[in-house]
Design a protein around this ligand. Structure first.
Ligand SMILES: [Zn+2]
Length: 114
């Protein structure tokens, strides 16, 4: 927040970086299309493809139709994406608190002017 001498206040909006990262889930879907179409055959909808019984991705991995390297890449990217999306939500929460803070600062400034 920048407080200019003439009473104008510039409030920084959160960066665009997080917005780019939250879109990463779609990026994964495109890059790992084959794994994703396999995952539709998993027994569980919320399958993480790491240890579940009836996981079609693990079955393909064990059956040799899916390379171990590709599988590990997928798991790695998926983990990172989940991490970023979590921190994005946490940041949103903080922004809300910051918004309250800005409001109280503005109130004080307006009071002083009267
Ligand atoms: Zn699975």
């Amino acid at each position: 927040m920048i407080n200019l001498a003439n009473g104008t206040i510039i409030i920084d909006t959160p960066g665009m970086r997080e917005i780019g990262l939250i879109g990463s889930q779609t990026g994964i879907d495109n890059t790992f299309e084959d794994i994703l179409s396999l995952s539709k055959h998993c027994r569980f909808n919320d399958c993480t493809h790491t240890k579940e019984k009836g996981c079609a991705v693990l079955a393909a991995l064990n059956g040799g139709t899916l390379s171990r390297e590709r599988y590990q890449n997928y798991i790695k990217v998926k983990k990172e994406s989940a991490y970023y999306e979590m921190s994005y939500l946490e940041k949103r929460k903080k922004d809300k608190q910051l918004g309250k803070f800005y409001k109280s600062v503005l109130k004080n400034i307006l009071k002083k002017k009267r």
